[in-house]
Design a protein around this ligand. Structure first.
Ligand code: SF4
Length: 336
């Protein structure tokens, strides 16, 4: 059912990769939405399907073996899954923009910064040529690059990682998109530069009035930025709620484990908790039952036999775990 309030609505998304003649799902039955001007953080370890999910939204999956084989991605009610490349190109960069972990993968090393920035405006606006260069320089100023007049003549390799990420953000906001997808935008940067880039995204979000879908494995970033949090594990959403409830009333054993593995100011711990084991690989995903079962401290025998479903435990708080499934005999926690 379409959610009228949502800017982006993902319904039962299944994204698969064909490996040796078989399809393996890196994203399986993922649903959530992003409302206008909201910051939604998608969190989870590497290999949880976060990036595949964001590439699915942008229609940037590897063509040779990746494909969405079920589900909907509704942007303002329009299903992006059904669009061809030409139609998607009109939306990408204009309505929905994306910034990546390593801007060098998105910037062309043999073209100047100015050329690449101008391209975005040429492709998506009716601005005159002479206005375009001025606009590119003013966008660089907006992201804190004061010597934009010089930078437009430089090549990506002449800039630091932080500067390149600022350029990517300038390109991403050139057409005032309504949704910015940021996939681990600070992971490749020094800690001090990370803080500056996050601050910049918040400032721009405020100025442009856009929604942000932020993909991260860093719960510190989540605490800083998120309105709402989607926790993913092994290609599925395992918990979703507003940021306060995720930090103060987490319910899924995986979310709880993630939270105990971050340092806290008020606790004197010399060694941080870790989550034993690893996320199962695509080929080794359990065929039935909970995908977290091998690492879960609360696992029960039935967890390997029954697929837990994502269900609301209270308004605005959903969890995929048999402990919270009222219809399940193994349930041990009261549903509120
Ligand atoms: Fe743990 Fe079972 Fe809940 Fe999975 S369903 S998270 S194994 S208690």
């Amino acid at each position: 059912m379409s959610n009228q309030e949502a800017l982006l609505e993902i319904n039962s998304l299944h994204t698969g990769f064909e490996i040796e003649g078989k399809t393996y799902h890196a994203v399986k039955d993922v649903s959530f939405d992003v409302k206008p001007k909201e910051v939604v953080c998608v969190v989870g370890e590497s290999g949880c399907g976060k990036s595949v999910m964001s590439l699915s939204i942008m229609n940037l999956l590897p063509k040779h073996n990746g494909k969405i084989d079920k589900g909907e991605i509704l942007y303002k009610g329009r299903n992006l899954v059904n669009l061809n490349d030409k139609e998607m190109n009109k939306i990408r960069g204009k309505d929905i923009s994306m910034i990546f972990q390593e801007p060098m993968t998105a910037l062309n090393p043999v073209l100047t910064i100015g050329f690449q920035m101008d391209e975005v405006l040429i492709n998506h606006t009716s601005m005159k040529r002479e206005e375009i260069r001025k606009k590119s320089i003013s966008l660089l100023k907006q992201v804190g690059i004061s010597r934009g007049e010089q930078i437009v003549h430089e090549y990506p390799h002449q800039l630091s990682g932080g500067m390149r990420q600022r350029v990517m953000i300038a390109m991403a906001i050139a057409c005032q998109p309504q949704l910015l997808i940021a996939d681990e935008p600070t992971t490749a940067l020094d800690v001090t530069v990370q803080a500056q880039i996050l601050e910049l995204i918040t400032k721009i979000q405020d100025e442009v009035g856009m929604a942000v879908l932020l993909i991260t494995h860093d719960l510190g970033v989540v605490a800083e930025m998120a309105d709402r949090v989607v926790v993913m594990y092994a290609g599925q959403v395992v918990e979703e709620s507003d940021v306060d409830r995720i930090f103060y009333d987490a319910q899924h054993p995986y979310t709880k484990a993630l939270l105990t593995s971050i340092p806290r100011m008020e606790e004197e711990r010399e060694v941080l908790n870790t989550i034993s084991g690893i996320v199962p690989s695509l080929k080794n995903m359990p065929k039935v039952g909970c995908r977290f079962v091998d690492r879960c401290p609360d696992a029960m025998p039935e967890c390997s036999k029954v697929d837990p479903q994502l269900g609301e435990t209270e308004k605005g708080h959903s969890v995929r775990c048999l402990l919270y499934d009222a219809s399940h005999p193994g349930k041990k926690t009261e549903v509120r």
